[in-house]
Design a protein around this ligand. Structure first.
Ligand code: PMP
Ligand code: GLU
Length: 397
């Protein structure tokens, strides 16, 4: 069939595909451990869900303004103000159907034919697709492995051309778990500022940070003079365990926010109105929300420690990037390559068949030497999965 040029390079999301396949195999009775899904295993806190239910019962079931209700936009702006100690303008907030949608709005509004957008590699699977859908060119910049793949101004200089219009930065990173320090982030932000490059900062995992206490450094922590044009992308999916509610947001200049709202008004109208009610409570009851976030982050930290300890014990031959945030372990499998199993997809297929563990091949994130494991699951399942992995790896030698 002759599809439009719009979707000529479009590939389905590998993260969603692996997770769906694992769910299907489980439903067929297979004892699959699903470490493919990149979503918290916790339920949405009950009082947040209750606000969504109350919203439905109270008739908050109609269209809202395209960028979200004024109350929610104000609550998000106030939350940013409280977090970062800066003045914010609620007109800069656009609420969308998940952070993925927010990224799409930003890229589609800012980039187009002839533009190049730098993407730190390994990257989250959807970035290049979103940039390509905007008809701009994704340009991958590989940070050095020794530095957990974090980008430096030198890495960026090597990829920069006169057509470079944007840079997508993810910290804490999906898939590597790498986290930029304040100084590292500042250096990259200033690099973008000096070249007039839009900085799209995906901070969806900011709370899930294991470097010290509290969230990782974000663009709004930087001195205003270090920042050029930027779009902050965040949302409720990861921090508040609300992946299915589909609420994300951007924070940018009100001018850009207006354009993105206009775009959204013709594509998806507004984000779901009951979900906005749930998100409103999450952002307004800040103390209560932070208590929930604290509990979840502690669980992720404990699991990070468990995963890395078990890896050292049971799979010592496979190196990994030290996960300092998010909930993924990105580990190298190229030492296992052999005839008939010579890339990360083949390794994942083999692990699914032989060990009944579902993980995402690194090729989906731009590095075919690696595999990504999500550890957003119970301690028991993590332990069982790494035992299975260790056994499978040992069987090859
Ligand atoms: N950015 C990153 C790095 C992610 O891992 C995800 C998870 N899907 C998203 C954005 C999108 O989040 P959401 O589910 O809110 O669309
Ligand atoms: N962000 C998650 C992941 O990387 C969820 C799936 C998706 O949206 O890609 O697995």
């Amino acid at each position: 069939m002759d599809f439009s040029q719009n979707v000529q390079r479009l590939q389905p999301s590998a993260t969603i595909a692996v997770s769906s396949l694992a769910k299907q195999l489980k439903a067929e009775g297979r004892d699959i451990i699903n470490l493919g899904a990149g979503e918290p295993d916790f339920d949405t806190p009950e009082w947040i869900s209750d606000a969504g239910v109350a919203g439905i019962r109270e008739g908050k079931t109609r269209y809202t303004p395209a960028p979200g209700t004024i109350q929610l936009r104000q609550a998000i702006a106030e939350d940013l103000q409280a977090q970062f100690g800066i003045d914010t303008d609620w007109n800069g907030v656009v609420v969308s159907n998940g952070a993925k949608h927010s990224l799409f709005n930003a890229c589609f509004t800012l980039f187009g034919p002839g533009d190049e957008v730098l993407i730190g590699s390994p990257y989250w699977v959807s970035y290049p697709q979103i940039v390509s859908l905007s008809r701009a060119e994704p340009v991958f910049v590989a940070g050095s492995e020794e530095k957990d793949f974090l980008l430096t101004p030198e890495d960026l200089d090597a990829a920069y051309t006169e057509r470079t219009k944007g840079l997508i930065l993810c910290s804490p990173s999906n898939p590597s778990g790498g986290v930029y320090s304040f100084d590292e982030l500042k250096a990259v932000a200033e690099w973008a500022r000096d070249r007039g490059v839009w900085l799209i900062a995906d901070e969806i995992y900011r709370y899930i940070n294991f470097l010290g206490d509290g969230p990782s450094a974000g663009v709004l922590n930087l001195p205003a003079e270090s920042l050029g044009d930027y779009v902050l992308v965040d949302g409720v999916s990861k921090a508040f365990a609300m992946t299915g509610w589909r609420i994300g947001f951007t924070y940018s200049s009100p001018d850009l926010a207006k354009k993105m709202s206009a775009f959204q008004s013709h594509t998806t109208s507004n984000p779901s109105s009951p979900a906005q009610e749930a998100a409103l409570i999450a952002y307004t009851k800040r103390e209560q929300s932070m208590a929930e976030v604290g509990k979840m982050v502690e669980a992720f930290r404990r699991r990070r420690d468990l995963v890395t300890r078990l890896f050292e014990e049971l799979v010592p031959s496979l190196p990994y990037v030290k996960p300092n945030g998010a909930f993924y372990l990105f580990f190298r499998v190229d030492s296992l390559f052999r005839e008939g199993m010579s890339d990360s997809s083949a390794i994942c297929t083999w692990l699914l068949k032989e060990a009944e563990i579902a993980m995402v091949p690194g090729v989906a994130f731009g590095d075919d030497r690696y595999v990504r494991m999500s550890y957003a699951t119970s301690d028991e399942l993590i332990e069982e999965a790494i035992k299975r992995l260790g056994k499978a790896v040992d069987s090859l030698s």
